[in-house]
Design a protein around this ligand. Structure first.
Ligand SMILES: *Cc1c(COP(=O)(O)O)cnc(C)c1O
Length: 372
């Protein structure tokens, strides 16, 4: 954001402030990179770096030494490529969509090939380009989401022609239950991955996500793909030391009032006061990532005082009960905390009955964003 618009926000009052600590993201990356060495750590920056701004996050991680970046969609790779030096590699997890082969080859974006049909089109693209093209091959080890089956892997491994012109830079797979360290599904997936690996001797493996990176060597391969942990959330319960938080979300108060007993609050009047209460309406709602599931459940904080959400969260505003604060503590423009030192991303996710990934990617774009 340029100076003029920053001033504009400060003058008119931002509905909320999202603060993202790029240094903390870099330290989280460093921690994982150190943990997994000699394996290498990539960065998963799909969905706009989980809502935190891939245009800022990816270059910061490049400066921290990251050279491998995973996105989900091809257009995400197109957006990011100009922001990264040429020795950064962009991989597209969701596969090679029909029609983009030549463009993908020309731009040196590396597709993850998820089916024999995609392998076929990439092989043709290599033939057409007259040079070898890199790719990851994804195999399904037990999630049934993306990637090829053991039979398809056999077919590839037993017929050199099928992969002619393709440099397999990694074979990869994705863990379904890595956040539950002792789930037997993990070992079963690792075993299946060993079988895939045996079919492609000498090809390095790209395996664990954030949680997988912490599960130990078997779940890493040569390249891990952390996302969530970079962004400060706890990827697995077995982590002794949490990741460093990177995100603060604060919302501005736009109105306060005192209401008597028997007053109904918000859409559908789901909350009715039983005594005199003081309320504040804050300027963020579900369009900004204050998940509607937090209605009558979640809270904001002012310093260390919990201010419960009362009634339903609206699209652009949320009503909180501020009776526990001294009178006059909050007024138009005061900021209350949604995520920060007093309430973590995990706590918000838990209260909303969802996961940190969804809370992050729900953050809206109407707030003033600042990067530290
Ligand atoms: C999103 C994703 C990741 C990153 O997972 P986290 O749990 O956020 O670390 C890794 N690999 C694949 C295939 C993914 O889709």
């Amino acid at each position: 954001m340029d100076m003029l618009s920053t001033t504009h926000w400060e003058k008119t009052g931002a509905p909320g402030i999202v603060t993202i600590d790029l240094q903390a993201i870099r330290r989280n990356y460093r921690r994982i990179a150190t943990l997994v060495a000699p394996a290498r750590a990539s960065a998963v920056v799909k969905a706009d770096a989980y809502g935190l701004g891939a245009d800022k996050v990816a270059p910061a991680l490049y400066d921290e030494g990251c050279r491998d970046f995973f996105v989900a969609q091809y257009h995400e790779a197109l957006d990011l490529q100009p922001l990264l030096p040429a020795d950064a590699t962009l991989y597209v997890l969701n596969g090679l969509q029909p029609g983009i082969e030549a463009d993908c080859a020309r731009r040196a974006i590396t597709p993850v090939l998820n089916s024999l049909e995609q392998v076929g089109r990439w092989r043709s693209a290599a033939q057409f380009a007259g040079r070898r093209l890199p790719a990851l091959l994804q195999f399904d080890t037990g999630m049934s989401r993306l990637g090829m089956s053991p039979e398809e892997a056999e077919a590839l491994a037993s017929d050199d022609m099928l992969l002619s012109g393709i440099d397999i830079v990694y074979i990869m797979s994705h863990l379904a239950c890595a956040d539950e360290a002792d789930d037997p599904h993990n070992a079963a997936q690792a075993e299946q991955m060993r079988r895939f690996s045996a079919m492609f001797p000498g090809v390095p493996v790209c395996f664990g996500n954030s949680a997988g990176s912490f599960l130990g060597e078997t779940y890493r391969g040569a390249l891990v793909r952390p996302g969530l942990a970079l962004y400060g959330a706890r990827p697995t319960d077995m982590l002794e030391r949490p990741m460093e938080p990177v995100l603060t979300i604060e919302a501005a108060v736009v109105q306060t009032r005192t209401v008597p007993a028997g007053t109904s609050i918000g859409y559908s009047a789901t909350h009715v006061t039983t005594e005199t209460r003081r309320l504040a309406t804050i300027s963020l709602g579900y369009a900004d990532g204050i998940l509607r599931a937090l209605s009558n459940r979640g809270a904001f904080f002012y310093e260390n005082i919990r201010l419960p959400i009362v009634g339903r969260v609206s699209m652009d505003s949320t009503i909180i009960d501020i009776s526990d604060l001294p009178e006059g503590a909050l007024h138009l423009g005061s900021l209350v905390e949604f995520i920060g030192p007093h309430q973590s991303l995990e706590e918000v996710a838990e209260l909303a009955g969802t996961i940190s990934w969804e809370v992050l990617t729900s953050i809206g774009h109407r707030t003033f964003r600042q990067y530290r």
